[in-house]
Write a protein that binds this ligand. Sequence first.
Ligand code: NAP
Ligand code: 8YV
Length: 332
Amino acid sequence: MTAAPSSSSSSSSSAPSSRPHILSVAKLAPFFMSQLQASFEVHDRLHDSDPAAFAKIAPQIRGIAGGGESKVPRALQQQLPALEIISLMGVGYDGIDVAAAIERGIPVTHTPNVLNDEVADLAMGLMLSVARRIPLADRYVRAGRWAKEGPMPLARKVSGARLGIVGLGRIGQAIADRAQAFGMSIAYTARSAKAGLPYAFYPTAAALAAEVDFLIVITPGGAGTRHMINAEVLAALGSGGYLINVARGSVVDEAALVDALQRGVIAGAGLDVFENEPHPLEALWALDNVVLTPHMASATVQTRQAMADLAADNLRAHFAGTPLLTPVPECA
Ligand code: NAP
Ligand code: 8YV
């Protein structure tokens, strides 16, 4: 969280409003916030900025709006006796205590599918960037090294290589579509094999890693996938292998990854997500065989607008008494 939240609602009137009160739990994009403010009384991160004011308004809060990285623990839900819905602008919802919400009949909504292309594009971009050393090459030219030292060392070919996808869901399949156009062979792991798809299934990440050159991770975060990519998986990927993580930082044991990168256990990594955001391990910063991006896989104007529209539509649907557009599977 980078900016100080505003301390109260969007209403300029001192008269009580009949519009539903919403708590935003993240710094929301202006094009999301403006939609919320048009329909609701929005209290922007008031629980963080002014706990006393929050305690007064809490009994009236009927909705929560947040992003894919937002935390909505049981303790926060318990402070909101009138809470009816939690709407996220993001597909991942590992920060939400969904079980606590379900106990009270509170639906949780997210924004699947509208970001598949964008996240798949960045996964391919990271794979190309680290294998072809594009950021390193950019720095090489800017530092005047081309003229002094000549061409850079040769890179690793991506087209035609063996790709493993950890998590073949909505985004994983969009990655596979792109990889097919690169002539890559495609294999995957997931909780279960997918009937009707022409890709080889491996029951574990380690078994998959042993058979591929590039391993792209695109599962949900949370307890079920925590440190699924560990030292054993990295050893299986091997000294010619590259890891790409566009899922959640928690899925990869980051200390084991740093060790593997430093010792040449794997060839390189492209990382959009980290265990402690926005503070990736500083040991990663010094490594030439990694490409780092700041959790930006869905961050284009077009896709973030589509995510905001869907998240706002879910809230509007709830308060209009019409069916939710995209509840998380546990609430569907
Ligand atoms: P999805 O359609 O639900 O797909 C998730 C896939 O992960 C499924 O194939 C699922 O297997 C697999 N999976 C789940 N738990 C697993 C486990 N314990 N072991 C092995 N595989 C497991 O989700 P999605 O829409 O593709 O999104 C995936 C995730 O990407 C999100 O939850 C979010 O964390 C992340 N994400 C990141 C960014 C970013 O900015 N970097 C943006 C968007 C999304 P089954 O099919 O067998 O159930
Ligand atoms: C965004 C994400 O960073 O959708 C997700 O799960 O991690 C990303 O799209 C975030 O949700 C924006 O609010």
